[in-house]
Ligand binder design. Sequence first.
Ligand SMILES: [Zn+2]
Length: 615
Amino acid sequence: MAVSREHRAAGGHASPAAGGPAHPAAGLGGDYIRLSDMPVDYDPFSPDTQRRICRQAADQRGVKLVSEFVDLDLSARKDIYRPGYEDGIKALVNQEIEYLFVPTVDRFSRRGMGQVGLVLDELEKAGGRIIFVKEGLDSADPNSRLIIGVLAERARGESDQISWRVQQFHETTRRMGLWARVRPYGYVVEDYRLKPHPGEALVVRGIVDEFLDGAALRAIAGRLNDDGVPCPKAVIQAEAVAKGHRVKPLRTTKWSYIAVRGILTAPVTAALVSHNRQLVYDENGDPISCGEGILTLGERARVLAELERRRATVRNAKDVGRIGMHTGGGRPAKYLGTGFARCGHCHGAMNRTFVGAGDKQHGVYRCARKGRGQGCRGGSIMADALENEIVWRYTARLAACEPDDPLVDAIAERWLSQALPASEADRKRLSDALEVAKRRIKDLYDDRYERHMFERPEDLADWEERVTRARLQRDALQARLDALGPRETLDIGGLLETELSNEAWKQTPLERQRDLLRLGVKVVLVYNAKRGQRAISDRILVVFADEEVPEPVPDDDAPQDARPLIAALVAEERAGARAPLTGREAAATIGFIKERQAQKLLAEERTKRAQGNQP
Ligand SMILES: [Zn+2]
């Protein structure tokens, strides 16, 4: 955060930071909390959220909060008297406090730039500062002042601030173990706490009991459907419709094994709070509960252990590396190009199959639609040639990336969405909990030394115990945070030198290769040989993550002539770009000539080239 020391010096305030001697109330601050016309559901906790935000910011700056200024239920836009706001400014101008923490600019004033500008001028004279926490702005910083003005102007139309406040609201409710969302299946919500639903909780219990007795997920789903029990989505949606909400129609009201598994794995089945599929823990490191669970924590642990036990283990596979591994959500892909390679003429998937027989077998990717006889002009392409070409072009494209290349942005975005959410969510939750723990220690010290709440010996013993416990919590959280290691960042140069280097690539397991490819490649389009007029390199189009996928090209008529293609292949061969092809390989690459014909054309072309090179 930019704290402009030069600016303070120029204004006659020598103090370099909070706590300096120039300001009579240096290092002291207040927070400004305001409630406005939020949707009713979001209202009750808004002050807590704002207070938490301000406290965190004050702690970070080592500022002690000594006063709080509150305005309730008054719109910042209307020019009506707001005692909290006036008092806060007055305290700054009278140098009773040095800092005023305001959660966000739109909480402060929605009357626009002019009014805020006047206030800031007055503050500068007094050496007071307003910190707008969400925007990270400090009124003492000249760069911030302009932004504050602009934001105040924008805050007149405050709609874009709502989502941030809603997000903060949900963060607060999670910490407090409150349920402020649509009710989950199996529960009713009373005073923001969950209670088992008299009927649905029995359905959930039945699922759990059957499962622990050994029933398969599909069998449980079948039984529920036979009993005519509607699936959770259908129940919740019917309630939304009854309330007059517009909802997307459901495809089915029947249970699937996925719905059954959802019930078994959902943390809420034991009334645990979760966020992004991760449990939320309190400052002691215990999972936060949001009511009375249908299952106990022990039962939930048994269910999860049984699910884990039932996950299939690979016992037999061609690839030895897969043995002993778990099957994932689906069948793992066997080939590099599967899922990437698409027919350029119909955009249909390309299957990898084998042509030839015995030892002479080789793989080709072929348009699946054409393979099914559905009349596509797409052809087939030799698998090795395609896979090598994809990797070669990908690494070449990455190597050519400038730091501001749009592909770098696209890759970084994919990287974050694929690789990081779990560890980032952990980091956020732990560091939040750590803030709370530090705050608690500080409060305890204030209670003892500032507020003199622990004077008697028995109170003092109590205080010692509380502080020790709080310190242990803090240290435990810090240790867990440290264990997460440094935050991951994406280093494309590093990738090229390590995993994407030629030597390493060959050693990289297929799944990892596909992960790396997925980062930067949208799709690989393969066009037919255009009856011999399209060179192999023109048949392949790698569409990178920052590029648009071109339209399919269904019509593609040209006389069939393999000679230009053969010439291109031989040229690459002579340039050392590829190993000499056999007739069979050349035929498979080109796609529409027979092996014998390819052999003949190859021989002709090679002879011609050899003669052409002689003096
Ligand atoms: Zn096709």
